[in-house]
Design a binder for this molecule. Structure first.
Ligand code: SF4
Ligand code: SF4
Length: 469
């Protein structure tokens, strides 16, 4: 980043098993770590709690893929409503870009699931084995009963966390009822009575969680995650990044007896910033792709600076413009406002589309077996399959009518169609045409559907044809 800084960015070896070069970060407390822990565990709690929320006696957030109904707090979406999800994904992507331009990899350090689960699994190791030095020593010890027991305990807790993660993830799709209320007894042991796809999904998610958080850890961020790779091109001189103040810190060195502190910079070469780093890098080597901007090194170094009586901020959040060019940063750049404008437009469009949306769906298909025929009353009969979907969270009764057209009349099996919340119903509908009145060929028709009380109304067009008799 700076001409004064060493051009010594370590090239990480590609080895997706992080246990071969196991990093045992020292757990540190401090201003940024407090924010980080609160943010990470708030996201974790949200993930675990959301599937248990109920709205109108139904799981509030439920992506029921088998029935292609997606419920989000009282709104029902079908597969054809997927543009809402696309719009939401675009808003999330642009928000991430905007935040990255302003605050760098804040997502990676404070909210990314990979970071959260890795932190959790490392915390289990700390709880069972001890802090950094104990864990390093433990790795080097020969196998013993005590070591085997502690290893087993760590792996068992990881397994439990992986299963909780996997079942929570799957419950967003299967529903909590199907997942937690289906049990069968095998001998005296209660066993989940799940369908094959639930078993397969739980296994895949549990396995992925275990491998990712237990073994791959920082290698996922360094070697695989595309966001970590491309976001550095989004940085500009005004992006906040964790940086070591090379000018102030160098020449670094321990304060040994006989050393004149005036000959040294403020870095006392204590290595605390390296020991706390979850990805095992040395921030003093400059900006690196492995740096997830978690600011653990900032808190660790500030603690050291406090102890030795130097000002805080040898490692700090700063911008290239401030650190290198010694100029004031433009906090909000043009790019930031461009992203903000796109987000505001997308949010406006999404809110409008959601509020303007009628939670009732009608689909009309021609009955391909009976295009057009002459019935016993001498009328031309066209048959259709009408599919009605109640996309509200309440029961409604719907009435179907034909927009008036001379010579055409509608014939239904049921006049009123009661539908439960989220229910779809296919019904056969016939339209009779008087051959003396109806035009030859294709005549446009419109079917109207209205809920009791007239709150929801939709229309759909199709054609009546005299051909194919
Ligand atoms: S924690 Fe601070 S003082 Fe210690 S080695 Fe790192 S930069 Fe130097
Ligand atoms: S260098 Fe500092 S900010 Fe970057 S990952 Fe390591 S501890 Fe976190």
């Amino acid at each position: 980043m700076s001409a004064q800084q060493p051009n010594k960015i370590p090239i990480q070896q590609i080895d997706l098993d992080a246990t071969k070069h196991r990093i045992h970060p020292r757990f540190v407390t401090g201003f940024y770590q407090n924010i980080r822990v609160i943010s990470m565990y708030a996201f974790l709690a949200l993930f675990l709690i959301l599937p248990w929320l109920r709205y109108n006696d139904r799981q509030a957030i439920w992506f029921d893929v088998p029935s292609q109904h997606y419920y989000i707090f009282g709104m029902t979406f079908l597969t054809q409503d997927f543009y809402f999800i696309a719009a939401f994904a675009l808003i999330a992507a642009f928000t991430l870009f905007m935040v990255t331009v302003y605050a760098g990899r804040v997502w990676c350090g404070y909210a990314c699931p990979q970071t959260i689960w890795t932190h959790l699994y490392q915390y289990v190791e700390k709880w069972v084995i001890g802090d950094r030095n104990k864990r390093i020593k433990f790795d080097k010890q020969p196998m013993s009963v005590s070591k085997a027991f502690k290893r087993f305990l760590v792996y068992f807790i990881w397994f439990v966390f992986s299963m909780i993660t996997a079942t929570t993830f799957v419950s967003y799709v299967s529903g909590t009822d199907a997942l937690y209320q289906s049990w069968q007894m095998i001998g005296f042991i209660p066993f989940p009575d799940w369908s094959t796809w639930i078993w397969v999904s739980v296994f895949i998610f549990a396995f992925s969680t275990y491998v990712n958080a237990g073994y791959m850890r920082e290698q996922m961020c360094v070697q695989i995650c595309p966001y970590g790779r491309f976001q550095s091109v989004m940085f500009d001189k005004d992006t906040l990044i964790v940086s070591y103040d090379y000018e102030r810190g160098e020449p670094r060195g321990a304060r040994k007896k006989g050393t004149n502190p005036d000959d040294l910079g403020d870095c006392i070469e204590c290595q605390m910033c390296v020991q706390v780093c979850p990805t095992g890098i040395d921030i003093r080597d400059g900006l690196q792709v492995a740096c997830i901007q978690c600011a653990a090194c900032v808190d660790a170094c500030n603690e050291v600076m406090d102890k030795v009586g130097y000002p805080r901020g040898l490692i700090r959040y700063t911008t290239e413009r401030q650190l290198v060019e010694k100029e004031k940063s433009q906090v909000f750049s043009l790019r930031f406002f461009a992203y903000l404008a796109v987000i505001v437009i997308l949010c406006g469009g999404l809110v409008y589309a959601l509020t303007d949306r009628v939670p009732l769906e009608i689909d009309i298909r021609r009955d391909r077996n009976q295009l057009s025929s002459l019935n016993t009353q001498g009328m031309i009969e066209n048959s259709y399959i009408v599919k009605l979907t109640n996309k509200t969270q309440d029961e409604h009764t719907y009435t179907i009518t034909l927009a008036p057209k001379e010579g055409l009349s509608l014939h239904l099996t049921f006049n009123d169609v009661p539908l439960d919340p989220g229910e779809s119903f296919d019904m056969s509908v016939s339209i009779y045409g008087d051959p003396k009145v109806v035009d030859e060929g294709r005549t446009p028709i419109t079917l109207n559907v209205v809920s009791e009380g007239g709150k929801y109304k939709v229309s759909k067009q199709n054609v009546f044809t005299t051909q194919g008799q």
